[in-house]
Design a protein around this ligand. Sequence first.
Ligand SMILES: [Zn+2]
Length: 520
Amino acid sequence: MPESSQARRIKIFDTTLRDGEQSPGCSMNLQEKMEVAQALVDLGVDIIEAGFPIASPGDFEAVREIANTIRGNSVICGLARCSDADIDRAWEALKKAPRSRIHVFLATSAIHREFKLKMTREEIVERAVKGVRRAVGYCDDVEFSPEDAARTERDFLCQVVEAAIEAGATTVNIPDTVGYATPQEYGATIALLKNRVPNIDKAVISTHCHNDLGLAVANSLAAVENGAGQIECTINGIGERAGNCSLEEVVMAMRTRADQYQCTTGIHTPRLVPTSRLVSSITGVHVQRNKAIVGRNAFAHEAGIHQDGMLKERRTYEIMQPEDVGFQATDLVLGKHSGRAALSDRAKALGYTLTGEQLHVVFDEFKKLADKKKDIYDGDIIALIEQQMHGAPAEVEWKLVAFEVSSGSGHKPRAKLTLRHGDKEFTEEVADGDGPIDAAFLATEKITGIKLKCIDYQVKSATLGHDALGEVNLSVAHGNQTFRGRGVSTDTVEATVQAILTAANRIALTGGKRSEVSGQ
Ligand SMILES: [Zn+2]
């Protein structure tokens, strides 16, 4: 990468655990959040927005645990509305972090002022100043966000930003909360703030773009070109609605086109793919094959003429190298005779650090798989590791003992399940439903007494070939909450039964309640 002396260092502010986590289907439990936070530290993000502490006891607990235990160079940040209770609660969660930031936000656009807040412009400025001052009383790193800034009248935006900096905000974030901005317009807003706000040099300008029109990355880059020094983004671009600016895309755009942007970041790019996989694996939300940077096909060359060019000189069709973002170019195949050390080496090369106990379990599963399937590819190994790390909860109420499922033309689908609860076993046979999966759901409901309404069901193969491992990810609604389940097996029906049971166990163990409040 050309490291010119003029290259500006852009801060990467990751909000996977806040904006990402508050989006449908992406909720995480405490242990999962801790794992993601550690991965973000390893990736080299400058700031981790760990949550919105007042939103729920679960949010508070997660921010506090991350602040108390995650160590490294990342600043830990908590979100708060401009109210005393929110800011106090945020600080309570953050105070033990070696470096922390309070992020306060207040909507400023006319539509939010009139319909949501019912406040005048003067009242907004007053409340923003009061909020920033209270946060500054706790912590010298304070970020202020005028929510829906992209739709706020420019004069008023300048006025609020100036007042927030005067009150002590060290970062001012300009959110395009609804994903409405265009690159040229958003860039011009940043330039305007740079030119018109007299104290703007005392704060870093930040971007927070949503992807409703597919422009989040383009808008963030336009902001950087006009003087923004921080980008708010998420792994895989997860977030409210169509998501946030994708971290991997914006970072690789600045790195690959350093000639254009004259910027650097502190991101350790070979960690991009492993971190993307971790977030997919935990949330069950997979990235599409053709996703830039981290999609399965991002570096696949199919057309003959391209392949020919690639063999002669990679740069004919490749602007980045797969290794730069953490794809391991490998043809290595493991099999029945591969030992524990070989498996451990592959896991490491694929970006996973396994504890002794995890390696032990994964190796057992690997041996079982090697009995069913001759060649074991990276995709199979990834599926086994992820199932071990994020498959079923560590404690379970209901355990699968045996299952039989049948379907065919001319007779009703049938599922027979035996589950163990404590030291008792329960068997139910159901000959009903519109297919074998439906019958398996019905049998699980009958035994556990837990209502399971399937709202999403996905099967994907871990590798090529009809003997590949099948990975099932499903979501069920229970009350007003959503629970995920995941299963992996060469037998897709077995993987489905495992996934149903995982979701049922998560309900039985009653996961954290989802909060009703959400942030910009
Ligand atoms: Zn947002």
